[in-house]
Design a binder for this molecule. Structure first.
Ligand code: F6R
Length: 608
């Protein structure tokens, strides 16, 4: 989720590159850097923090030249720091590269290169690419790039320049977006349209396994095997605001649709030989993991709802007793914590004051704290004992969507990892679950196809001032999240209830026409759930059922039914939450409210 800009032409590259980076900064980044060829060598300036930091460096000494590449980094591997910032160069400073994505086999490649005498300057996976290029250079940069990509496993969008052939830039893409901007006497590379929209509206979109070679007056697109491709540029007529949202009307919708990618990225690099392996990310020893005798999930809002799913997941997979707490309550309830307690704090931003305070309380009582967060350089990430990153990329809409599903996936990964270490699940079962986990991105894509029907249903829903979500077990956990999403976006009063609990009081509120969104995906409680739906229907409720494909009883009982693809019951929250997110989004539009900035709310809550 980093940003790339490249320029080759007749103007000074520095200002074009800086301006491009700034167009991407609204997403929030933690370091930035530029490389420009000055006629003799490649100069690099890079700095941790916001773009102004590198801009100050450039005020002291500019990078002169008309060929360059630049990058803003959203750290996922290797903490934000000057030396981990891009561009990266080989040990002889002949190649400069910027990279989005993850090179999964970088350790192996790094060892090979170190054995050949290459010295490394950063902790990143990216640097290995610059060294690979230097090592393999045969007098032809394009051929060298084609040769080294064969060795790289993972995902990459790359912009490459070389002192050997300074009249060209090379762009390569695999599983990470990259576009080429077509200018007159100048050409551009960018990871995102806003970065270059000011200069051109003609864009060539690279597909996976493709590369482009740019000079100031030519663009050659080809496969990484060298097969030439004729591709007409696409005319982009978006304004800059639309471009920032990738053409979506709102950041929230963009982020809902980014979930398959967020989950893929979160899974990347953590599955080895068919099982989850977090050994390179966690410092907990095998003995420490075996000794954990209770787990506390602590978080706020949507992240707290992820923690509730976490209780079901970790108890089922590891048989360790799990409690879930709202962070603002945790430190005041005198929780029972020992050295064998693992406290897991979940926070998208990593800055939520309540979560941070709860974390410090747990640490002061001797617990190990593991943070699940989306921001590598955040306070929570820095101060926790252990960190597992969600690779959802920057989340801008106040209402959390892709962070939640990514948090669920990290929780499942942790559960499966602990289950393997503690031998609480047979390896064959773990392998089956991992396979299912890997299929979730495609299943989310499938679930997103229901958007048109949900739009219609949401318009109807938006007329009400009161509604209910019900479910049992994990469906109840998702009902809580669906209800929160609806409240914060539409200002409709809604409540989530365990379906069996309604009859103990709240059923009195069900009357003619009240919408009840009923989740029924858990085979174990399915029949009971159908009876609970009958209970509310008899009292006049209008029922929207959410279930998995093929559930016949619900089709007969509910007024409308939305189906999501089948998966293991444990993983169903990742799919059932999708229609609920879309429902809230479209109901918000129908009521005419601000989707990305709901009233009274802030993205990062830094007060207790
Ligand atoms: C709701 C939402 C909030 C956050 C909560 C915690 O859509 O986004 O409920 O989940 O404020 O924020 P983080 O995860 O940043 O600690």
């Amino acid at each position: 989720m980093c940003g790339i800009v490249g320029y080759i032409g007749r103007q000074e590259a520095q200002s074009i590159l800086l301006d491009g980076l700034k167009k991407l900064e609204y997403r929030g980044y933690d370091s930035a850097g530029l490389a420009v060829y000055n006629g003799e060598t490649i100069g690099v300036k890079k700095k941790e923090g916001r773009i102004v930091n590198v801009e100050s460096l450039l005020e002291e000494q500019s990078l002169l030249g008309s060929v360059g590449i630049a990058h803003t980094r959203w750290a996922t591997h290797g903490k934000p720091s000057d030396r981990n910032s891009h561009p990266h160069m080989d040990h002889e400073d002949k190649f400069a590269i910027v990279h989005n994505g993850i090179i999964e086999n970088f350790l192996e490649l790094k060892e090979e290169l170190q054995a050949k005498g290459h010295t490394f300057r950063s902790e990143t996976d990216t640097e290995v690419i610059a060294h690979l290029l230097a090592d393999a250079y045969n007098g032809d940069v394009v051929e060298t790039v084609q040769h080294i990509v064969k060795k790289m496993e993972g995902a990459y969008a790359l912009a490459i320049m070389s002192e050997y052939e300074p009249d060209k830039l090379v762009a390569v893409r695999l599983a990470s977006p990259l576009i080429i901007g077509v200018g007159e006497g100048e050409n551009f590379i960018a990871s995102d349209i806003p970065a270059i929209l000011k200069h051109t509206r003609e864009m060539v979109i690279l597909e996976d396994g493709e590369m482009a070679v740019l000079t100031d007056d030519q663009i050659q697109v080809m496969t990484t095997e060298g097969e030439k491709i004729d591709r007409e540029p696409l005319h982009v007529d978006w304004d800059i605001v639309t471009a920032e949202k990738d053409g979506y009307d709102h950041f929230m919708l963009k982020e809902i649709y980014e979930q398959p990618k967020a989950i893929r990225d979160t899974l990347t690099g953590r599955i080895k030989e068919g099982i989850v392996d977090l050994a390179s990310e966690l410092t907990l020893s095998q003995a420490e993991m075996e000794q954990i005798d209770r787990i506390h999930f602590v978080a706020c809002g949507t992240a707290y709802h992820a923690g509730i799913v976490g209780k079901y997941a970790l108890e089922q997979l590891t048989r360790i007793p799990v409690e879930v707490d709202v962070a603002s309550e945790y430190r005041y309830r005198d929780p029972i914590i020992t050295e064998r307690t693992l406290v897991i704090v979940i926070s998208q931003s990593g800055e939520t004051a309540d979560t941070l305070a709860a974390m410090r309380e747990a640490q002061s009582r001797g617990a190990k704290v593991l943070a699940i967060t989306n921001v590598v350089g955040s306070t929570i990430a820095r101060d926790a004992d252990e960190v597992l990153i969600t690779s959802a990329g920057p989340e801008i809409a106040v209402a959390s969507t892709k962070a939640y599903t990514s948090q669920l996936v990290v929780i499942y990964q942790l559960g499966l990892y602990l289950a393997h270490i503690r031998a609480t699940q047979p390896r064959t079962e773990i392998e089956k679950m991992v396979e299912e986990l890997l299929s979730l991105p495609l299943k989310i894509e499938e679930a997103l196809k229901g958007a048109d029907i949900l739009k219609m249903l949401a318009t109807e829903l938006a007329r009400h001032n009161n509604l209910f979500f019900i479910g049992r077990g994990l469906d109840f956990a998702v009902a809580l999240e669906g209800s929160l999403k609806l409240k914060e976006l539409t200002y409709i009063h809604s409540e989530a209830y365990p379906a069996g609990e309604l009859k103990h009081g709240t059923l009195a509120l069900i009357e003619e026409g009240v919408p009840v969104i009923s989740l029924a995906t858990q085979a174990f409680t399915y029949d009971k759930m159908v009876s609970n739906i009958e209970e509310v229907k008899t009292r006049g409720a209008h029922v929207l059922g959410i279930t998995t494909a093929g559930s016949v009883d619900l089709q007969r009982t509910a007024d409308e039914v939305i189906t999501v693809p089948q998966t293991l019951p444990l993983f169903s929250p990742v799919l059932t939450v999708i229609p609920l997110q879309l429902l809230s989004y479209y109901a918000c539009i129908a009521r005419g409210f601000d989707v990305d900035k709901p009233r009274n709310l802030a993205k990062s809550v830094t007060v207790e």
